[in-house]
Design a protein around this ligand. Structure first.
Ligand code: F6R
Length: 337
């Protein structure tokens, strides 16, 4: 898992170039919105793209993590169905419903039933053989390439280039050979060893990044974790830090900052720390994104979180790769239906 995670920069470049070379025909009907369907490690790719492109996306993009589609999906919709395995029941059902609705369907998958369902439509087949959550770049780049080619959000090429470069630098700073004293991912993992991480996005734009940290702690480190977003959490979650001291002191806050927070946002974070979090939490960590572009800042945070979750797995003596509970539930539901 660690080796795979560390190859994120190369994966991103390869996946981006490959997706751009694929035929990506435009929908016959100009779309009024884009619906991304997927679950887990496949769904987060669309969330990240939505947050990255939000300031310049010409159409609404919503992610649906469900077998059922909203009633508005139809001929004027683009539905991007992403399932790394191509075998996830909810995603397959949603993709089938999208086809039946007359929507323009794009499938992103390494194979399986989703690839079969997409025959004759736009199929972006990605490299297989990885745990879906470790294939983030392969799941993210095709959708980005669709937007690039359809011109719905301007060009992303320079941002992807920057992100690859920034991720490469981080890989050299956080690999297994870099000792704890100089390795921020190892240091954070050490600080989170015996606590539940509560991961907070400094702004709503980083919400999918916070969610990604949380799910990577779940799946790689085999631990509970929570996530929330500023400023919303200043209206509810902050009160939760008034929990009994022996409960709150088992939770560490990790605050993710993109570097583009305005003065008001920073004031709100500071006030929340001093009013509620600092005195109760096991520890508080502020982590900053790297780079100047929005994509680099988001993916640099994702990368650090992914690495931290793997180091935390080692510290806890668990194997980061298998996700037995997920597999058992998928099998049980399939066997019963
Ligand atoms: C496993 C993982 C899961 C899967 C999810 C959906 O590594 O991250 O969250 O992504 O169970 O499976 P796929 O992505 O194959 O549709």
């Amino acid at each position: 898992m660690l080796k795979t995670v560390l190859t994120l920069p190369g994966q991103l470049l390869e996946a981006w170039e490959r997706a751009l070379a694929a035929p990506l025909p435009r929908p016959e009907v100009p779309p009024s919105h884009i619906v991304a369907v997927g679950m887990g490690g496949s769904a987060i790719a669309a969330d990240l793209i939505g947050a990255y492109l939000a300031p310049r996306l010409a159409l609404p993009l919503v992610t649906i993590r469900d077998a059922r589609l909203p009633a508005y999906v139809g001929r004027g919709s683009v539905v991007i169905a992403t399932s790394y395995s191509g075998e996830t029941d909810e995603t397959l059902a949603a993709a089938e419903a999208a086809v039946a609705s007359g929507a323009h369907v794009v499938a992103v998958t390494s194979g399986g039933r989703l690839a079969a369902l997409a025959a004759g439509r736009t199929l972006l087949r990605v490299r297989g053989g990885l745990p879906p959550r470790a294939a983030l770049a392969y799941l993210l780049a095709p959708t980005l390439a669709v937007f690039e080619k359809w011109g719905v959000a301007g060009s992303c090429a320079a941002d992807v280039d920057e992100a690859v470069g920034v991720l490469r630098v981080i890989a050299t700073e956080t690999g297994p050979d870099v000792p704890l004293t100089r390795n921020p991912a190892k240091q954070l993992a050490e600080a989170l060893r015996d606590v539940v991480p509560a991961v907070y996005a400094g702004t709503p734009g980083l919400a999918p990044v916070a969610r990604r940290w949380k799910t990577q702690f779940n799946e790689n480190s085999k631990t509970l974790a929570t996530w929330d977003t500023f400023p919303e959490l200043t209206h509810n979650e902050v009160v939760g830090w008034g929990a009994p001291a022996d409960l709150a002191c088992r939770v560490a806050a990790v605050i993710l900052l993109g570097g583009d927070e305005d003065a008001q946002a920073l004031r709100r974070i500071g006030a929340s720390r001093s009013a509620a979090i600092d005195r109760a939490a096991a520890s508080v960590h502020e982590v900053r994104g790297r780079g100047t572009g929005r994509l680099a800042r988001m993916l640099s945070l994702v990368f650090l979180g992914d690495l931290t979750s793997v180091y935390l797995a080692y510290l806890r003596g668990v194997d980061p790769t298998p996700v037995e509970a997920i597999d058992r539930i998928k099998q049980a539901v399939r066997a019963a239906s």
